[in-house]
Design a protein around this ligand. Structure first.
Ligand code: C2O
Length: 547
């Protein structure tokens, strides 16, 4: 542990600068390549799939794209992947194209973009377009970046193999900056003090290759499909347990959990703490200090750490979240290190940054009274008794491949009551829309309610209100009370989300800068890369992705 230095991934500028200094649209080509990557000094290089401007420049994670608010970034995504996947890609799942390459498609997570550029899971394509998914139109995507400044990420999103493509390395960070709005915050800035931290877990064989179990849970039906993946090695910016030399001053870390299924509960050793300034893709209204916080797959925490507060010369970033993450969050697991900070001895480091008392107070506060309607979304898991059938995940008893289920109206807000009847905590992600978690309550007598829902499918008829009365209320952590795009939906609970189908900030807060009703629509899904619980919104939202 702690023999490799934490790298900063190469940055790609997603905008151009005209001769007169004006910012103009950026044009990037980012390819997907099979290449080798060194995860650790003492481990032989590992075969990976990686994003990069060229094969030689491809990295795991991929380059960090720096976009500018209001300036579009055009990215042409190119697939140079070999005919065969080096990981177990279960061909009984959808998107199988024997001999015609590895399907891939890129979704910009947290991005507000036309659905034709949203990386629909059925818009995949293989090298040379030898095969394409039913929603494929073009690999040239437009990201308008007409959205608040914040942290996004891009990752593979192909139906049936998101799980293996992300595990192979197809993921990267994307920032939207608004210098005018952010300069006033005076947070730690510049490449040295404002860093992306992309975390995921992996398992390796002694020869350096990635280890992934090749035998499925239900091998007679899906010979290789495994619902979850956990590895004992924590990788930060592509290095296993790295170290970072820091000075005694404030740093900003934009921390992404890019694991397939592992939750991190992060804390710092010694007296250090986190001050959260943003979560998922949007700044908070005010900073929130924590000693520890939970980060589910695909969540982002944007925090400031002040190493001047450290009494020692080193500090550990570590996690004690169990894997798999249990229904009862009281359970703790062994603490595992993530990253070691080596703190400079010099205590006289000047620090021009500061922590403002308020961040983006101008964003609308979540207000349930603006909701036009209430939708119910029940998550179910079915296993057919006495068969080898694997667990199927459904939303409102419908599977992903069924037609669009939700058709919200642009410009409105809605309440979504998400009823989790499964045994797992699902990090629920919505594309396009932002939402705020208003409350989360446990159902009394979950099993009785679940039985009734399986039979009748009608929450009112099954006495939802009665089952909620007296149910425990779970506190939404303060750093998660702003606008988000992922929320951890605990098992046996009803979570109320205020979903906003209109932009949060410029240019015109009523309309998206494109026609949201055209194209294949958007999805919402659990971000544990297991089974498809993805539904489409048309503005299409429907069932679980991620096979
Ligand atoms: Cu992070 Cu539909 O994805």
């Amino acid at each position: 542990m702690f023999v490799d230095e934490l790298p900063d991934m190469p940055r790609l500028r997603g905008y151009g600068v005209a001769e007169d200094g004006e910012l103009v649209a950026g044009n990037l080509t980012i390819g997907m390549y099979e290449t080798m990557w060194k995860f650790h000094r003492d481990l032989p290089a590992t075969r990976v799939f990686a994003y990069g401007p060229s094969k030689e420049a491809a990295t795991v994670p991929g380059p960090t794209v720096e976009a500018m608010q209001g300036v579009p970034t055009y990215v042409t995504w190119t697939n140079h992947l070999p005919p065969r996947h080096f990981l177990a890609w279960d061909r009984t799942l959808t998107a199988a194209t024997p001999g015609r390459g590895v399907p891939a498609v890129v979704h910009l997570h947290g991005g507000v973009q036309h659905s034709a550029s949203d990386g629909h899971s059925l818009a995949w394509f293989t090298a040379g377009f030898a095969a394409t998914g039913p929603h494929f139109s073009s690999p040239a995507y437009e990201y308008p970046n007409q959205q608040p400044p914040g942290n996004l990420w891009y990752h593979d999103h192909a139906m049936g193999l998101t799980r293996v493509n992300i595990l192979a390395g197809l993921l990267g960070a994307y920032r939207v900056a608004s210098p005018a709005e952010e300069a006033a915050l005076n947070l730690p800035s510049g490449e040295a003090f404002d860093r992306n931290l992309v975390l995921f877990d992996r398992d390796f064989c002694a020869d350096g290759s990635l280890f992934m179990n090749r035998t499925g849970n239900n091998p007679t039906v899906h010979p290789q499909w495994q619902p979850e993946y956990f590895g004992p090695v924590v990788v930060a910016n592509g290095k296993a347990w790295p170290y970072l030399r820091v000075r005694r001053r404030r740093y900003r870390f934009r921390i992404l959990n890019a694991s397939n299924a592992r939750f991190f509960r992060l804390s710092l050793s010694g007296s250090l703490r986190f001050v959260h300034v943003a979560s998922d893709s949007v700044y908070l209204a005010k900073p929130v200090a924590t000693r520890a916080f939970l980060l589910a797959p695909s969540e982002i925490a944007d925090v400031v750490v002040d190493f001047a507060e450290s009494g020692g010369d080193t500090a550990l970033l570590r996690s004690d979240a169990p894997a798999p993450y249990p229904g009862d969050p009281g359970e703790k697991a062994e603490t595992v290190p993530v990253l070691k900070f080596l703190i400079d001895k010099d205590a006289t480091e000047p620090d021009p940054s500061s922590l403002p008392a308020s961040l983006m107070a101008q964003y609308p506060k979540p207000d349930a009274s603006e909701a036009k309607l209430t939708r119910r979304v029940a998550m179910y898991e079915y296993t057919k008794e006495g068969t080898d059938e694997p667990t199927h995940l459904y939303l409102n008893a419908r599977s992903y491949m069924e037609p669009v289920t939700e058709t919200p109206t642009e410009g409105t807000s809605e309440l979504w009551d998400v009823i989790n009847l499964t045994d797992d905590n699902h990090p629920l992600h919505l594309h396009l829309a932002l939402f705020a978690a208003l409350e989360q309550r446990s159902l009394l007598h979950v099993d009785e309610f679940k039985d009734c829902m399986m039979r009748r499918g009608d929450a009112d008829a099954c006495g939802l209100e009665r089952h909620l009365a007296g149910g425990r209320r779970h506190v939404v952590p303060r750093q998660e009370r702003g606008w988000k795009n992922v929320f951890k939906v605990r098992p046996g609970t009803v979570t109320r989300l205020l979903v906003r189908f209109r932009p949060l900030s410029p240019p015109d807060s009523r309309r998206f800068p494109f026609d949201v009703t055209a194209g294949p629509g958007y999805v919402y899904h659990c971000h544990v890369r297991k089974l498809a619980l993805t539904m489409h919104l048309h503005l299409l939202f429907s069932s679980l992705i991620n096979q």
